[in-house]
Design a protein around this ligand. Structure first.
Ligand code: NAP
Ligand code: SF4
Length: 641
C-alpha cells in the first residue's frame, strides 16, 4: 500500500527499513504502493512516478534491502486516469469522476498506444531496478478499470464499444509488459472482480477478462473490490472479516494462474479458512502488516495471540495517506517510523509507576518494560483497556477486542506488574523514579436544565449497561461517540455476512452490473435523533475514509441528524430544543449524552510534591482531541526517551 514515504525526503531509506522489517517477519511477496508509468498518470502532481533510468537507480536501495533479507518485491504500476487530481488527467472517455475536481480529456488512439508503451517501459525498468515483478493496477476505478467498464468508456473505436474492445487496453498492456520483461518475471494483475458501481462489470465479463489476461501472460491475478467512488464500505471495520473472499472464489477453475483474495483478512485463522476451503490460492494483506510486521512469522509459529491485529479503523493509515501525510498505524505507531521510533535497551535501571491501564498507560508500560525498566501499572477498575472496553461493545467495532487482547498479552510478556482494582495515593508512589499519569477521561455533562432527569444517561454508562433505551432516543452530541451510540441502537440483531451484503445492496451472484442490486431496501428500526449545536453536516464521525460510511449507515437506518440545535431542557415529555428559532419537543424515552469528555486529573495536584518526576499522557493530558492514535503514540514516545 501507499505509505506517503514514496514522495517524501529521505523516504526511500525509511521505506527500505519498513519493507525489510516485513520480510524478516515472513512476508512472501511484497507489492509496493502505486508508481505512475508516466506524468499524466500521477494521482497528484507530486505523486511518485517510475519511468526513467534515474528512477530505477534510486529504487535499488529498496530492492537491495528486501533481497538482503531474502524477500521478493514487485513494483505496482498505477495510472490514475480520471482519478488524477490535476488538469492533465486523461481517461478512456471525457467523463469526470466524483472524486476529482478535474475533468479528464479523452485519450486519442496514439495516446493509448504510447501509454501502453509507458507501462511496458516502466516494467522493463523495474526489472533493471531489481524488482522481481510488477503489479498492474487494473482495479479500484483507475485508468485500466476505466477502459474496462461502460461507466467510463463510451468510445466507439477499437478501444471501446463491445466488452471485447473495452478489455483490449488491459490485455495489450499485459502483452506489451510480458514482451519487455521476459518470462522469468512476475506480472500480477489486480483485477476488479466486483466494481460496486453502476455500469460496472458482471461476473461473466470478469471471467472473460481473467481468461484473456492469462493468455496475455499474467503470472498471478489479485482481486480488486470496489472503485474508490463506490459508496459501499469494503475495508472499514464494520465490514465483516473476509467479506469478499467469495468473489475470488467465483474465478476458481476458470483460470489456472494463482488467485489472490483480499480485504479484511486480518488474522491467521481467517487467512487459513480462505486457503484451506479453496476460496483462493494466496491471500494479500496491507494494513495487518502495518499493525504487525511479524504477522506471518507469528502465524507460522502458532503464536496468533501475539499478533497486534489491524482493527480496520483507517485512522493512521488511509486517513493519513488521503490527507497527504505519512501512513502509520493506530495500534503500532512504529509502522513507517522504523528508523525513528526505535526501542533500545535502557542504560540505567529505573522504577516507574503508571496510573491508568487504558491504551496510553498500557502503551507506555509495555514499551518501558521492554526496555528493561521496572514498571508497576495501577488500574482502578478490574480490567485493563480503558475506553477500548467501551468501543469494543459497539456493533461493528468488535475488532477493538483484539487490541485489548494484544496489549494485555504484551503486559504479561514484558513483565509489567499489574495492580487491578487499586486506587493509589501519593504515599504508594514515593519510591518511584518516574510516575506516569494516564488516568483518561470521563464524560462531560452539559448544564442543560433537567440533565439529572432519570431518562438521561451518559454514554459510558449507556454503552456499558446496554439497557433497552425504548423506541425513541435523543443523542446529545454527534461526534465519534454520538455516531457510535446511534449505530449501536439501530443495529439489526444477529446479522450474517449475507444480511450485511444484502443491507448494502451487493448482488452475491454478480449478475447485475458492478455487482449491485438496483434498489437496496433500507429499514428503520427505532426513532433516533442525533443532535449537535454546530450548524452544518452532522454524523460523519472523525475519519476521512470512514465518515461517509457512518453517514450513509445512519441515513439508511432513518436516524434524524440535526445541526444548529439549542438545548432548552429535559423533562417527562422529552428533550426540548430550538431549531431555526422554532421550539420542538423530541418525545425521547432516553436521552444519551455524548457531549465529549473532560480529563480525569484528580491525581495531578496530589502528585505536585514529586515535581518533574510526573508525566501526564493520553486523555488525562488533553481530553479535547482524545483519541487512541495519540494515546498509544504518546505512550511509546515517552517510554523511548
Ligand atoms: P467529539 O468528537 O469531540 O464530539 C463531542 C460532541 O459533543 C460534538 O458533537 C459537540 O457538538 C458536542 N458537545 C460538546 N460540548 C457540548 C456541550 N457542552 N453541550 C452539548 N454538546 C456538546 O467527542 P466524542 O464523540 O466524545 O469522541 C471523543 C474522541 O474519540 C474523539 O477524538 C473521536 O475522534 C474519538 N472517537 C473516534 C471514533 C472512531 O470511530 N474513529 C469513534 C468514537 C470516538 P456541538 O458542540 O456542536 O454540540
Ligand atoms: Fe489497521 Fe487502523 Fe492500523 Fe490502519 S491504523 S493499519 S486500519 S489498525
Amino acid at each position: 500500500m501507499h505509505t506517503g514515504l514514496e514522495e517524501s525526503n529521505d523516504g526511500f531509506k525509511k521505506l527500505s527499513a519498513f519493507y525489510a522489517e516485513r520480510v524478516r517477519g515472513g512476508v512472501g511477496l511484497i507489492v509496493t504502493g502505486g508508481f505512475s508509468p508516466n506524468f499524466r498518470g500521477r494521482l497528484h502532481p507530486l505523486s511518485a512516478q517510475f519511468s526513467s533510468g534515474r528512477h530505477a537507480r534510486t529504487h535499488r536501495v529498496i530492492t537491495d534491502a528486501v533481497h538482503t533479507e531474502g524477500g521478493k518485491i514487485a513494483l505496482q504500476l498505477l495510472h490514475a486516469g480520471r482519478y488524477a487530481m490535476h488538469p492533465l488527467a486523461q481517461s478512456a472517455s471525457a467523463i469526470k469522476s466524483p472524486i476529482s475536481k478535474f475533468a479528464p480529456r479523452e485519450m486519442s488512439a496514439r495516446q493509448i498506444r504510447s501509454t501502453i508503451r509507458d507501462f511496458a517501459h516502466s516494467a522493463e525498468l523495474a526489472r533493471e531496478a531489481g524488482y522481481d515483478g510488477v503489479e498492474l493496477m487494473g482495479s479500484e476505478g483507475y485508468l485500466i478499470n476505466q477502459f474496462i467498464c461502460q461507466r467510463t468508456n463510451c468510445r466507439y473505436d477499437e478501444w471501446g464499444g463491445s466488452y471485447e474492445k473495452r478489455i483490449r487496453f488491459p490485455v495489450e498492456v499485459v502483452k506489451a509488459v510480458r514482451e519487455k520483461v521476459g518470462h522469468d518475471f512476475i506480472i500480477v494483475f489486480r483485477l476488479s472482480m466486483l466494481d460496486l458501481v453502476e455500469q460496472g462489470s458482471t461476473l461473466e465479463e470478469v471471467v472473460q477478462l481473467a481468461k484473456a489476461l492469462e493468455q496475455a501472460g499474467v503470472t498471478i491475478i489479485n482481486t480488486g473490490i470496489g472503485w474508490h467512488e463506490a459508496r459501499i464500505p469494503t475495508i472499514a471495520t464494520q465490514v465483516p472479516r473476509a467479506a469478499f473472499a467469495w468473489v475470488t472464489e467465483k474465478l476458481r477453475g476458470e483460470v489456472s494462474v494463482p488467485l489472490v483474495a483480499v480485504n479484511r483478512i486480518n488474522t491467521p485463522d481467517v487467512a487459513e479458512d480462505i486457503l484451506s476451503s479453496g476460496q483462493a490460492d494466496m491471500v494479500s494483506m496491507a494494513r495487518p502488516l502495518l499493525a504487525d510486521p511479524e504477522f506471518v512469522k507469528k502465524a507460522e509459529e502458532s503464536r496468533a495471540d501475539d499478533i497486534n491485529t489491524c482493527i480496520a479503523c483507517n485512522q493512521a493509515c488511509l486517513d493519513h495517506v488521503f490527507k497527504g501525510k505519512r501512513a502509520s498505524c493506530l495500534v503500532n505507531p512504529q509502522a513507517c517510523y522504523e528508523t525513528e521510533l526505535v526501542v533500545t535497551p535502557a542504560v540505567r535501571s529505573r522504577k516507574i509507576a503508571v496510573i491508568g491501564g487504558g491504551m496510553a498507560g498500557m502503551s507506555f508500560a509495555t514499551t518501558a518494560a521492554e526496555r528493561g525498566f521496572h514498571v508497576d501499572l495501577f488500574e482502578r477498575k478490574g480490567e485493563l483497556g480503558g475506553q477500548f472496553n467501551l468501543a469494543r461493545r459497539i456493533p461493528g467495532k468488535e475488532e477493538f477486542n483484539e487490541t485489548t487482547r494484544y496489549f494485555s498479552r504484551r503486559v504479561e510478556q514484558t513483565g509489567v506488574n499489574v495492580h487491578l482494582g487499586k486506587e493509589v495515593s501519593a504515599e504508594d508512589l514515593r519510591d518511584y523514579d518516574h510516575i506516569v499519569v494516564a488516568t483518561g477521561v470521563k464524560p462531560r455533562m452539559p448544564s442543560i436544565p433537567g440533565i439529572d432527569h432519570p431518562k438521561v444517561v451518559d454514554y459510558m454508562t449507556f454503552i456499558r449497561e446496554r439497557k433497552d433505551p425504548g423506541n425513541r432516543v435523543a443523542i446529545i452530541g454527534a461526534g465519534g461517540i454520538g455516531v457510535d451510540v446511534a449505530t449501536m441502537i439501530t443495529e439489526p440483531e444477529g446479522q450474517t455476512l449475507n444480511d450485511w451484503l444484502a443491507d448494502w445492496g451487493i448482488d452475491n451472484n454478480i449478475a447485475h452490473e458492478g455487482g449491485l442490486f438496483p434498489h437496496p431496501n433500507f429499514v428503520a428500526h427505532r426513532q433516533v435523533w442525533l443532535l449537535q449545536r454546530r450548524p452544518g453536516r452532522v454524523g460523519k464521525g472523525p475519519g476521512k475514509t470512514t465518515g461517509w460510511i457512518h453517514k450513509r449507515t445512519l441515513e439508511k437506518r432513518g436516524v434524524e441528524a440535526l445541526g444548529g440545535v439549542v438545548y432548552e431542557k429535559i423533562d417527562d415529555q422529552g428533550l426540548h430544543i430550538q431549531l431555526e428559532g422554532q421550539r420542538h419537543i423530541l418525545p425521547a424515552d432516553t436521552v444519551v449524552v455524548c457531549a465529549g469528555q473532560t480529563s480525569v486529573t484528580e491525581m495531578i495536584p496530589v502528585l505536585a510534591e514529586f515535581g518533574d518526576k510526573v508525566h501526564v499522557i493520553g486523555g488525562a493530558e488533553k481530553a479535547g482531541e482524545l483519541d487512541a492514535k495519540r494515546a498509544i503514540r504518546q505512550g511509546i514516545e515517552l517510554a523511548i526517551v
